[in-house]
Design a protein around this ligand. Structure first.
Ligand code: AMP
Length: 211
């Protein structure tokens, strides 16, 4: 059987990164994530694409979407090299969803459903260990080692103000994408407020059922 082609949708903080890592390990697929790709290219010069700002980082630090042309090119390139994949962070608006339809077919479209109140709580409490890349939460999952605790950093766009902007961008731009897949009858909704292991059990069985 060919490797599954999986799309994972959900608001910022819904757990897409965590679940995608598990999917990658279990199903032996590539993890294609526009957020990480853009974070690694925050300073890239995109001024020749007739954009409002000159680098992706300027959009990201404001919580705004990076222009479609930049993101579509990243995804197109990554998909052309992948057999199976889990696509995370894209499409974030209907134009991107249309582009994606021209690039590939999908076997499973997952949606991690989490309330807005919980999303704000998760994102503003999220911290990263810059030495290992491990993700913690000040309340739900604090590090045991006080040395690790002392060096934790917050992602530039996890501050309260930027989180609010990111969630409103999600409501306005990405909610219609979710409705689009729902109308097509493709959306597999998973309760993302459960404990991570329970979310994973549901994600895994949904993929096995559909792939
Ligand atoms: P994420 O890590 O997925 O929350 O993405 C972080 C930031 O990267 C977003 O707030 C956007 O500024 C940018 N970004 C990621 N994916 C996309 C996308 N598909 N379209 C536009 N901007 C994106």
């Amino acid at each position: 059987m060919a490797q599954p082609r999986i799309l994972i949708l959900g608001a910022p903080g819904a757990g897409k990164g965590t679940q995608s890592a598990k999917i990658t390990a279990e199903f032996d697929v590539d993890h294609i994530t526009t957020g990480d790709a853009l974070r690694n290219n925050k300073e890239m010069d995109i001024s020749d694409m007739d954009t409002e700002y000159d680098t992706p980082g300027e959009y990201m630090d404001r919580g705004e979407l990076v222009p479609d042309d930049v993101v579509n090119a990243i995804v197109d390139e990554a998909l052309s090299q992948a057999d199976g994949f889990v696509l995370d962070g894209y499409p974030r608006n209907l134009e991107q969803a249309e582009e994606l339809e021209d690039m590939t077919e999908l076997d499973v479209v997952l949606y991690l459903d989490v309330s807005e109140e919980e999303l704000v709580h998760r994102l503003t409490g999220r911290r990263m260990d810059p030495e290992t890349g491990d993700i913690y939460h000040l309340e739900y999952n604090p590090p045991e080692d006080p040395e690790v605790e002392d060096r934790l950093v917050q992602r530039d766009d996890d501050t309260e103000e930027t989180v609010k902007e990111r969630l409103s961008v999600f409501q306005e731009n990405t909610q219609p994408v979710i409705e689009h897949y729902e109308e097509q009858g493709d959306l597999e909704r998973v309760d993302g407020e459960q404990a991570p292991d329970e979310v994973w059990a549901d994600v895994k069985s949904t993929i096995e059922r559909n792939a």
